[in-house]
Design a protein. Structure first.
Length: 164
């Protein structure tokens, strides 16, 4: 049973965190940047790595590995910042998400996407749109709007404003 009700294929940007492949709807992705450095903002959660200057705008950068309970992202030649637009509280916010590497843009037909597995009552998985399957490999399709709580996004927005 497919998750999507449409018959049109959807494009996704695939990227890696540790050895796992994740995907984001390309409509939520603004651009991909090489990771250089971030300016740390004091008294922010650990997953908030800091802020970057993106053509004159201050953009908060989060470490998805830390948010997902992994070790923090180490800077390598492949480390990227995926600039995404996140919706919260009837607003939108630009956010940078660290990834170990960006793979490619792929197209998935609705029948190539399975529902996210039910893991149990205690684990929050509402940020997983589904499991994409391509070439006998699974990828976790994320709903970027649901990864962070409203409070976390408000905190990130405030951190970005105070750094400006």
């Amino acid at each position: 049973m497919s998750v999507s009700a449409t018959v049109e294929p959807t494009q996704y940007l695939t990227f890696k965190l540790e050895e796992e492949v994740f995907a984001l709807d390309i409509q939520k992705v603004r651009e991909v940047l090489e990771f250089s450095s971030v300016t740390r903002v004091p008294r922010t959660p650990e997953f908030m790595r800091g802020v970057i200057n993106l053509r004159g705008s201050v953009v908060p950068v989060v470490d998805l590995r830390l948010k997902f309970g992994m070790t923090h992202t180490e800077k390598t030649v492949n480390t990227c910042v995926i600039i995404v637009e996140v919706a919260f509280d009837n607003e939108s916010m630009v956010l940078g998400a660290l990834s170990d590497s960006v793979q490619e843009v792929i197209e998935l037909e609705p029948q190539m996407i399975e529902q996210a597995p039910s893991i149990g009552m205690k684990l929050r998985t509402d940020f997983i749109k589904g499991m994409g399957k391509r070439d006998n490999e699974f990828m976790i399709i994320l709903d970027i709007d649901k990864i962070f709580t409203v409070e976390e996004l408000a905190f990130a927005q405030e951190a970005g404003q105070s750094a400006a």
